[in-house]
Ligand binder design. Structure first.
Ligand code: HEM
Length: 460
């Protein structure tokens, strides 16, 4: 008998197409001139080259993935090969400057125990109890509106989602919202600058100084919460703040104040601004689509008849949910998120350079005409019972995917559905100005300068 020798052939790797740019500078100009992330430029690049595109900004390599299978490989199958932080960075950068190694920013081993601790708090059985809180805060907001008023809807959505996250996660009122919102905005601006214009450490003093100031505001705020809890005790609470403050490490010692601080801030940032922006975009698109508003109001009126929505009503408000899902498709609040590459590696059959950044862009995936009919048109029917099952996996990624998928996805969907129902059943909202609404796509995307709208009570 002759022995057969099995040979496993290595896949032949190819170089991804490089987006043409200027000599030496590469794509530096579109990267630097975009006021946030260069999403429109990325979208164009993906339409031209598909699959995986390579951008050079000076010597730094960036890649953009626009193939669902490749996104799945990075987020699910080879999650340990792609990092949340710049590998071997001497000092923290991006959101890590502000959130340290909390659950959103920590890499693999440091991340796992934090996810294990926080995940149960987001379990469906836990969050269903929050439905009434969400509806009541929605009502508290619209009670400020009176019969008719001009409001910055973005500021209002930030306010109501802040009330909700503070109450549900931390069991307390937050009065410092404007300071926190400004600090969050400035933090994102620095994080995006770190991402798209990486500088050697000796040139980042300006950003470092600003980050120290922002961190002071953030740390003072969290310490205020922690002090209050230490003074008054947990009073039998099982919210996130109590859980974190009671966490013990493997040796039974309390975790550091920094650990508590980083996760509290992460949940504050990740947990309210994202939903606030989603709702803000919803109202912006509704303004352009009166037919959708009519259908939405018909649904909420017939199901709720003017009362506040409860958890049990949500399955009976499917069109409301379709409107939210469509908003998260057309203007996903996290338009792109990065993974960092240490050593040379590959994805699919593409070669990737070490020390580079690879973007997965929900925005780009959500505008791909291969998966979406009329991708630039706001149409909740993309998510009808008939159409939704045909969306390929990983072609719709508003919450990311794999083990690092958003921990708050159920919380925020429930929150958005409830708040939209509360507001739209009581008020008509119209843009208050003809000025174009321009997206500012930082870590999360919001309308630049807010969203002034005229709100009018439906009985007026
Ligand atoms: C519309 C609302 C939301 C959107 C669009 C959104 C989007 C995302 C995305 C895209 C990621 C993955 C980032 C990555 O892989 O790099 C993520 C992670 C995360 N989100 Fe959300 N999010 C939303 C709401 C929330 C809420 C309400 C909370 C908390 C209450 C939350 C907490 C988190 C946390 C802690 C992570 C990190 C999870 C981990 O790495 O284990 N998010 N989110």
């Amino acid at each position: 008998m002759t022995a057969e020798i099995a040979t496993v052939s290595e896949p032949i790797l190819r170089q991804p197409p490089v987006m043409p740019g200027l000599p030496l500078l590469g794509s530096a100009i579109p990267f630097m001139t975009a006021s946030g992330l260069p999403i429109d430029f990325m979208n164009e690049a993906a339409a031209r080259y598909g699959g995986l595109v390579h951008f050079k900004v000076g010597k730094q390599s960036f890649y953009l993935v626009s193939e669902p299978d490749l996104a799945q490989e990075i987020l699910v199958k080879r999650v340990n090969d792609f990092h949340k932080n710049q590998v071997d960075a001497a000092k923290p950068k991006l959101l890590g400057r502000f959130l340290g190694k909390g659950i959103l920013t920590a890499d693999h081993e440091e991340w796992r125990p934090q996810r294990k601790l926080i995940q149960p708090l987001m379990h469906t059985k836990h969050i269903t109890g929050y439905a009434d809180t969400m509806a009541n805060f929605g009502l508290k907001l619209v009670d400020l509106w009176g019969e008719s008023a001009e409001r910055d809807i973005h500021a209002d959505m930030m306010q109501v989602t802040m009330w909700i996250i503070a109450e549900t996660m931390f069991g307390m009122d937050v009065t410092q919202t404007p300071t926190l919102a400004a600090a969050a905005h400035d933090a994102q601006t620095i994080a995006v600058a770190d991402l798209k214009s990486p500088l050697p450490d000796f040139l980042t003093h300006g950003r470092d100084r600003q980050a120290v100031e922002i961190n002071k505001v953030l740390t003072d705020l969290v310490h205020h919460f922690m002090e209050e809890r230490r003074t008054h005790g947990n009073e039998g609470r099982s919210d996130l703040l109590s859980l974190l403050m009671e966490t013990r490490d493997e040796d039974g010692n309390p975790v550091s104040d920094d650990y508590v601080r980083n996760n509290i801030l992460t949940l504050f940032f990740a947990g309210h601004e994202t939903t606030a922006n989603t709702l803000t975009w919803t109202f912006r698109y509704l303004d352009q689509n009166p037919d959708v508003v009519a259908k939405l109001q018909h649904e909420v009126d017939s199901v709720l008849g003017g009362r506040l929505p409860t958890l049990d009503d949500l399955p009976n408000l499917p069109y409301t949910l379709m409107v939210i899902k469509e908003t998260m498709r057309i203007e996903p609040t996290v338009a792109a998120f990065p993974r960092f590459i240490g050593e040379d590696t590959s994805v699919g059959d593409y070669q990737l350079e070490g020390n580079s950044v690879i973007f997965i862009s929900p925005y780009v995936l959500h505008h791909d005409p291969r998966w979406w009919s009329d991708p630039n048109v706001f149409d909740p029917e993309h998510f009808s019972a008939e159409n939704e099952p045909n969306i390929p996996k990983y072609a719709y990624l508003p919450f990311g995917g794999g083990p690092r998928v958003c921990i708050g996805n159920h919380f925020s969907m429930m929150e958005a559905q409830i708040l939209l129902a509360v507001i739209i059943s009581r008020y008509n909202l119209r843009l208050a100005s003809d000025k174009p609404v321009v997206p500012l796509r930082l870590i999360t995307s919001s309308p630049k300068g807010g969203l002034p709208m005229r709100v009018t009570h439906r009985s007026a």
